[in-house]
Design a protein around this ligand. Structure first.
Ligand SMILES: [Zn+2]
Length: 266
């Protein structure tokens, strides 16, 4: 592979950071598969993928990199193999992101991406990330459909980081969402034609990862919360009304712009 550091918009040091970076993605479904594909193309240092599900026939219309011959295989291993030859080492973990393997992977990561359709899982992931001091890029899409017409298409990409607002501060995680079955907010129902919306959100999530790792944005702040309105066709940073201090994770300050972290010495 030729040396592209002189012409990369990431700059030589940004590109070096990217090449050395480690990212963990939780969820290899509709949104996670796009993120995994893009991170594979970007040639990062190490990509770890957690997903305990096998590919269902109803997933194929939204999990990129899969086809109907893959039905029944574990999604994490399947995508790791499918994208293996792009230059990013991919470690598939065919289990839930909990237990010692998950803690180890999170702690060794520069960024964790939460692409689960369960708010309970996303809540747990955020707590783990904040415990080990690793930024979380959380993403989700929901469609309000009453059986006849679409009443709303919404989604968001949120960055949760020590010193910034948490997902509860940003109202991404609420008690109502934690209590609801995932189908109501997520993509649990079969054959949803959400691949294009997922691509928009996934692109923004990967840009957030890229910014956190390389700081390519030249001082422009990365929004803690970007919200997507699929009926208005808008993805935009969202100004946040926040409490002075995050009451959910009191060890961190609040603030609606994310401060990019110093990279950990490796
Ligand atoms: Zn909070």
């Amino acid at each position: 592979v030729k040396d592209d550091s002189r012409v990369s918009f990431l700059g030589a040091s940004g590109l070096a950071r990217l090449r050395a970076s480690r990212v963990t993605v939780v969820g290899a479904g509709g949104t996670g598969s796009h993120v995994i594909q893009q991170l594979a193309h970007l040639r990062i240092g190490l990509l770890t993928v957690f997903d305990d599900d096998a590919l269902a026939e109803s997933n194929v219309n939204r999990v990129v990199g899969t086809d109907y011959g893959d039905v029944g295989r574990p999604k994490a291993r399947l995508l790791a193999r499918r994208f293996a030859r792009l230059g990013t080492p991919i470690v598939p973990m065919t289990r839930r992101a909990e237990g010692p393997e998950a803690w180890r992977a999170f702690a060794a990561s520069d960024v964790v991406v939460g692409a689960s359709d369960s708010f309970v899982t996303r809540d747990v992931i955020e707590r783990m990330c904040r415990t080990v001091g690793v930024p979380l890029v959380d993403m989700g899409l929901s469609i309000a459909f009453d059986g006849e017409r679409v009443n709303g298409i919404g989604g968001q990409v949120a960055i949760s980081i020590l010193g910034g607002p948490c997902l509860r501060c940003m109202r991404v995680i609420t008690e109502a969402r934690l209590a609801a079955p995932r189908e109501q907010y997520g993509q649990g129902s079969p054959e949803q034609q959400v691949i294009a919306m997922n691509a928009i959100l996934s692109g923004q999530a990967v840009l957030s990862v890229l910014a956190l790792i390389t700081r390519y944005t030249n001082g422009f702040p990365v929004p803690a919360l970007a919200q997507y309105d699929g009926l208005q066709h808008v993805l935009a940073p969202t100004p946040l009304r926040l409490p002075d201090v995050c009451p959910h994770y009191p060890e961190g300050d609040s603030g609606w712009r994310v401060v990019l972290p110093e990279r950990k010495a490796s």
